[in-house]
Design a protein around this ligand. Structure first.
Ligand code: AMP
Ligand code: GLY
Length: 418
């Protein structure tokens, strides 16, 4: 069969690596892909948000399965466009994607279906929001309603911080339309973890849990990033908590989608805070996490294509994936300056001809191949991933891999999975 992956980061490289290994796949494309992905797939020059272009390409090539990595095309309705033409796609339509593209939508759905989450209020008028975000209610997490590339959340302890965040979002339009409406929610205390589950609308199938590290510096200091590393499984998600999330979050969510007549065939990423009072939902994403996908898929022994196909065809109940015992760890190597501005085009030393190294799996997030050299081409450049009998072994192997690689300005966290 022919498969198309949409996207071009480390998550898509991990998907491509696993999909290319499937005996079912005769041809794999990735749009737009990157230089690492090009080692296992044919990269095509179509932007990941060019939904009509992606559909046209799929029809021309007779693509049997399209797997969408990032949220933007899903929010724009790529799922509906493919469905209208009868083309198989892994990922929800625009209505389902609102779980991620509108925090107000997601929170309202959780409230109506008693899914545990932080208490909250939604505002579309600045004055009302400022009057609400005052001392007895502080601290609060103030969130832009729409997609803001992971930057739309401000944790506010004082009235000044809250006012500043609200001004930026609601008056100055820092996130454009995405910040016109905001959600102000109670600050939760606990340990964060992620549970990703596949669903075909009937069955939910949980993947092993994961935990990412969002801050740029060791000990969770510095600004937020897309994610500086991740590991799998997450110890905070004990079997008991895991069961609780299935019963209290995933099953009611599936029910809510059904009665809302929202078809959903893809992955649901549940971002959780495990609190003293049990797990509570911080956010839903309607796609695989980046970098969580890298350590999760590193542990998958079964054929990923069979699982994705079963999801798309409504046969998820038939599959029973096998996972490697132990743990896995992915360490992200980033460009100097990231998550702020950074330079591209630095030569990466230490990678072999295929863009890999011995002893670990190197997923490329932002690289370019030029005149036989590997060059940096993004903020997050590589994620070096390893499995082990336990988290210590996986971490040691991942960091041994990281130390083989160098380029000017590179930085990475030293405490992933510690
Ligand atoms: P979100 O995009 O909603 O997951 O928020 C991004 C990050 O902000 C989360 O990963 C948490 O670290 C933090 N955060 C968001 N909401 C809350 C909350 N209600 N309580 C505590 N931390 C939060
Ligand atoms: N690593 C967090 C995310 O993919 O949203």
């Amino acid at each position: 069969m022919k498969v198309l992956i949409v996207g071009g980061g480390g998550r898509e490289h991990a998907l491509a690596w696993k999909i290319a290994a499937s005996p079912r796949v005769e041809k794999l494309y990735c749009a737009p892909g990157n230089a690492g992905i090009a080692q296992v797939a044919e990269c095509v020059d179509i932007g990941q948000e060019d939904c009509p272009g992606l559909l046209r390409f799929s029809m021309e090539k007779g693509i049997d399965l399209c797997v969408v990595g990032p949220e933007a095309p899903l929010a724009q309705g790529i799922g509906d466009m493919f469905a209208r033409e009868g083309r198989p796609i892994f990922g929800p339509g625009a209505e389902g994607a609102k779980l991620e593209s509108s925090k107000a939508f997601a929170k309202d759905l959780m409230r109506r279906h008693d899914i545990p989450t932080a208490s909250f209020r939604v505002f579309d008028r600045y004055q009302d929001a400022v009057e609400y975000c005052l001392p007895p209610r502080l601290p609060l997490a103030i969130k832009a309603d729409g997609l803001a590339a992971g930057k739309g959340v401000a944790i506010c302890h004082t009235a000044e911080e809250a006012e500043r965040a609200l001004q930026m979002m609601m008056l100055e339009g820092k996130f454009g339309e995405a910040g016109r409406v905001i959600v102000a929610e109670e600050l939760l205390q606990g340990t964060e973890a992620s549970l990703l589950a596949l669903t075909d609308g009937e069955t939910v199938l949980c993947l092993p849990s994961a935990q990412d590290h969002k801050r740029v510096l060791d000990a969770d200091e510095g600004p937020n990033t897309g994610g500086m590393g991740a590991f799998c499984p997450a110890p905070a998600l004990t079997p008991e908590i895991h069961g609780q999330v299935e019963r209290e979050v995933l099953i009611p969510l599936l029910h809510a989608l059904r009665i809302g007549e929202i078809p959903y065939r893809g992955v649901i990423y549940v971002g959780l805070m495990v609190t003293q009072a049990g797990p509570k939902v911080l956010e839903f994403n309607v796609r695989f996490g980046d970098p969580e996908t890298q350590p999760i898929l590193a542990r998958l022994e079964s054929d990923l294509v069979e699982i994705l196909q079963a999801t798309v065809e409504g046969r998820l109940g038939e599959v029973d994936p096998k996972w490697k015992d132990g743990s896995s760890v992915a360490v992200v190597i980033a460009s100097g300056g990231y998550p702020g501005s950074y330079e591209k085009g630095k030569e990466i030393l230490g990678l072999d001809e295929d863009g890999g190294i011995e002893g670990a799996i190197v997923f490329h997030a932002g690289t370019k191949r030029q005149d036989g050299k590997w060059l940096t081409a993004g903020g997050r450049v590589l994620s070096v991933t390893a499995t082990g009998a336990d988290v210590e072994e996986a971490r040691r192997k991942a960091y041994e891999g990281v130390r083989k690689i160098s380029f000017a300005g590179m930085h990475y966290r030293k405490d992933i999975a510690r």
